[in-house]
Design a protein around this ligand. Sequence first.
Ligand code: GLY
Length: 383
Amino acid sequence: MPGNLGDTLDSFMLEVTSLDSSREVFERALRFAQGQVRSTVHRDPDFYPMYTEQGRWRHDKPAWTHWCDGFLPGMMWIFAKRTGSPEWMELAQRYTEPLEPRKMDRDVHDLGFIFLSTYHRWYKLTGNPDLDAIVIQAGRTLALRFKQKGRYMSSFMGPESIFIDIMANVGIIFYAALRTGDPQLMDVAMQHSLTSARVLVRGDGSSSHEGIYDLESGEFLRQSTQQGWRSDSCWARGLAWAIYGFTSAYKLVRDPRFLQTAELCADYFLQNVPANGVTPMDFDAPKEDWRDETSASAITAAGLFRLAKLSADRSKGLLYDQAARRVLLTLAQPPYLASETQGWEGILKEGIYHLNLGLGVGESVMWGEYFFVEALDRALGPV
Ligand code: GLY
C-alpha cells in the first residue's frame, strides 16, 4: 500500500475531477444500501440487527451493550429524505416509535446514537414539537451520567470509566441545552467535552478509548481500552468518534477548542491511514496484525464532510472534503461494498465490533452501515 492518505490526496483529486465518476459510484452504493435494508425488513420484520455473523444479521451472539437500535431506522430516515418516498417514511416511523421509552434509559451512554439518528431526523422532516421533546428528554437522561468529581460522564462499564465514544453522543445534550436554555445541561456537555479533550486526546492527535478515574478524589488515573489493541493505543473507531464528536460539539457551540481538537484528530487520521482510506482496527497494532475496520472509515468520512464545512482555514476544509471522498470511494465499491457477495445481508463488509471478545470480526456492523449512508448522503449533497 503506497503511503498514507495525506500524501496521496493531490493525485486523488486529479483522478476524481478528471473522471468525475465518483458521483455515479456513490449513487449506485446508495441504491444498493436501500436494497439491502429493504431485504432485511422483508426477511426479518421488526428485528433490530447489530452485527452480522458470516454475513447474516440474525444469530445468537451477545450484544455486549444495547446501543444500536437507532441505526436501522436512521438509514430509513435518510432514504425518506432523499427519495421522498412514503414507503421509507412509513418504515422509518414504524422502526422509530418503539424506541421512545429509551429516552429514560440510564444503562447506556449512547442516547445520542439512538435519538439523533431517529427522532431528531423525524423532527427535522416534520417540525412536530412532540418529537423534539423526546430528543430533549433523551439529552436530559444522558446528562444524569455526569460525575461532579472528575467532570465527566461515565461509560456503561461503571462510574470510574469515561469512553471517547461518549463524544459522539454528547451532541444531544448540547442540543437539549440550546433548545431549553438550561445552563446545567450546557455545563455538563461543556465539561464532559473539555475533560475528554484533556484526558483522552493525546498531543499527536491520537485518542485513547477509555480513561479511568479515582472515584474518591476525582483524579484521573490512566488511559485504558476495551476494544483497542493496548491501553495506550489508538483504536481507530475511537478516533472516528472523536473526529465526529468534537466536530458536532463545535458546530453547536462554536468553542474553538473543539474545532482545534477535531482538526488535531483528523490530521492524525490523514497522516496514519493507508492511501485507500480504510483504517486498521487500531493504528498502534503491529503492522503484521493490521485488520481492516470499515466502520471507523465510514464514521470518519461522515465526520470529515462536516469538518470540511467548519474549518476556518479553507485549504484545510478542502483537504478534509477530498479525504472524505477518497475514503468513501473505496468503501462504495467491492471488496468493501457487499454488492458482489452472494447472500451477504449487510451493506459494508470488514467491520469489527469487539475483537477482544470475538464479536463481529470481519462483518457488517449496524453503525458502519448508518454512517456509510450518512457519508453518502453528505457526499451527494442536497436532493
Ligand atoms: N460504541 C461502541 C463501539 O463503537 O463499538
